[in-house]
Design a protein around this ligand. Structure first.
Ligand SMILES: Cc1cc2nc3c(=O)[nH]c(=O)nc-3n(C[C@H](O)[C@H](O)[C@H](O)COP(=O)(O)OP(=O)(O)OC[C@H]3O[C@@H](n4cnc5c(N)ncnc54)[C@H](O)[C@@H]3O)c2cc1C
Length: 504
């Protein structure tokens, strides 16, 4: 069992840095597993979930790999690799189970405040892309998690699924789409704020807004000394904790560097900013009811796959198109232009330069995106919505992502597009770097973190039982168990008040 070994009488057992979805998920998991644990959460802004986790800063897709083509790359022999997609689909089922547990246990009161059923679609045009999508569909049919997927090349069928996309489209254009009725839209901001609201009411939890974590030092007792500055009063404070989670989103890399742990050496960050077009015409918004993901252009980072997205935010239906990628040296939307230069250290300059040289097409792509004019953005939108006119759309700034750069024995350094948990060998500190598939898989990411940093506790009967209560599939693979998947999908569908449908 986790016991505080803190030398300071006032110090919490755990410090969570940042009030985004990751800290919220970890905080709830820890309090459910060990109710007497004490937790202090420090957030530099005056509200929770104001960076990447906010609904308008991310795409709100419940990433289940139903529609995201970047999770199913085409191999050199022409076949489609589905390993990553299957893994992400399973992880999303884990998130659904945990959220259903939270609803059943009144930790979240209203599931509709954060999750809604929205069909997930992939849409492509041109002979080559259609051939790829057909192969992708067939390959995914090998896995029961994707059995409800439908595929069509028929303009009429596609017009039924996504009228806006098909209206005034060249009838001779070769097109194809897949349709997955059981997709979701998730308001990660609303979910995060609900989780913090609950945490704040619990004994032994304190949440400090307007507090910037400035420094971290390993203490002699194996814990951590954390330096915090109140951004309103400018008062500085030092506290001690047994375990620290750096869940600072884009702000995680600088804090990991400050911790000085050897496992954090060699990591760098590459910031990619984003913009959306947000529709302001209610008639157009009403006509679309899907998340339609396309294929990324050459050189584009995987998370810049264009999509025409129905969103449900605070009870209102919305329509977004994008993201258009951009470049800014900030690591947070509310960050500083010095974030990138300040993150360059002797131990990561080589991986960063090597990754830069290996990713020239990405650099070219980002430069082209930054130089885009409104007409260029409209052209991109018209590929998905031929009748679009600029007066119905406004440009919005999306969240900032910091892609992970890490050492690589062959290339010197590589740029990665996933998430990476970096933890000290003794499990006393962990940081989350990267962004994708991110919030949708927060529960699996945090379960993995628990295994690394709370090794002994996770093995105890008490934690095992509680983990299985919260996530009934915990410790088992859904992939070998279609019956369990179907049962759990029915349960999560009911509790999360999602659209009922035949489950695999
Ligand atoms: C454009 C875009 C689209 C995306 N689309 C999706 C999607 O469709 N589906 C999906 O699942 N995921 C998506 N993601 C990823 C997802 O948003 C992130 O993975 C997730 O929100 C990260 O949560 P977090 O808690 O790690 O970080 P954040 O939500 O960024 O929270 C980190 C917090 O730490 C605070 N902080 C930073 N530094 C400090 C410090 N020194 N002291 C105190 N506090 C600090 C910040 O202010 C912030 O509140 C998208 C991201 C972006 C940017």
């Amino acid at each position: 069992m986790f016991r505080s070994k803190s030398t300071s009488e006032t110090g919490p057992d755990v410090v969570l840095i940042g009030a985004g979805i990751m800290s919220a998920t970890l905080g709830i998991l820890l309090k459910e597993l060990q109710p007497e644990i004490t937790i202090a959460i420090y957030e530099r802004l005056d509200v929770a979930a104001a960076e990447s986790s906010d609904a308008w800063n991310n795409a709100g897709t419940g990433h289940s790999a139903f529609c995201e083509l970047n999770y199913t790359p085409q191999k050199e022999d022409g076949s489609v690799e589905i390993k990553k997609a299957v893994n992400i689909a399973e992880q999303f089922e884990v998130s659904r189970q945990f959220w259903a547990y939270l609803v059943e246990n009144n930790i979240i009161s209203n599931p509709q405040s954060f999750i809604q059923s929205i069909p997930h679609m992939s849409f492509v045009w041109g002979e080559e892309n259609v051939d790829y999508l057909r192969k992708r569909y067939k390959a995914l049919q090998q896995c029961h998690l994707f059995h409800n997927m439908e595929y069509s090349e028929d303009h009429g069928q596609l017009a039924e699924w996504m009228p806006l996309v098909m209206e005034n489209r060249d009838p001779k254009q070769k097109v194809a789409a897949t349709h997955m009725e059981m997709g979701t839209d998730v308001n990660f901001g609303a979910l995060t704020r609900e989780l913090f609201k609950h945490l704040q009411q619990m004994d032994g939890v304190s949440l400090h807004f307007n507090h910037d974590v400035r420094d971290l030092r390993k203490s002699d007792d194996g814990g951590w000394t954390v330096k915090v500055k109140n951004r309103e009063t400018r008062e500085k404070n030092v506290l001690h904790a047994q375990f620290v989670f750096i869940g600072a989103g884009g702000g995680s890399l600088p804090l990991l560097e400050k911790s000085g742990i050897p496992e954090g050496k060699g990591f760098g960050g590459f910031p990619v900013s984003g913009q959306w077009l947000r529709c302001n015409n209610p008639e157009i918004i009403a006509k679309h009811q899907a998340k339609v993901y396309g294929k990324a252009s050459v050189g584009a980072p995987p998370m810049s796959v264009p999509h025409l997205d129905t969103r449900m935010i605070d009870g209102q239906k919305a329509l977004l198109f994008g993201p258009y990628a951009g470049f800014s040296t900030k690591f947070l939307k509310n960050g500083s232009i010095f974030d990138l230069p300040m993150s360059i250290k002797a131990n990561n300059i080589h991986p960063m330069v090597s990754a830069g040289l290996d990713n020239i097409p990405l650099t070219k792509y980002l430069i082209a995106q930054v130089r885009q004019k409104p007409e260029d953005r409209l052209d991109a939108l018209r590929e998905y919505f031929p009748d679009a006119t600029m007066k119905d759309w406004e440009l919005e700034i999306a969240g900032q992502r910091v892609q992970v750069i890490k050492k690589d024995p062959v290339h010197g350094g590589i740029l990665e597009f996933g998430t990476e948990v970096v933890s000290a060998a003794d499990g006393s500190i962990a940081a989350l770097l990267g962004a994708s598939p991110g919030a949708s898989t927060a529960v699996s990411i945090m379960l993995n973190l628990l295994k690394r940093c709370f090794r002994e506790e996770v093995e105890t009967e008490a934690w095992q039982q509680k983990l299985k209560q919260m996530i009934p599939s915990y410790g088992q693979s859904l992939l070998n168990n279609p019956d369990m998947t179907a049962k759990l999908r029915r349960w999560t569908t009911n509790v999360l008040e999602l659209k009922q449908m035949e489950t695999a």
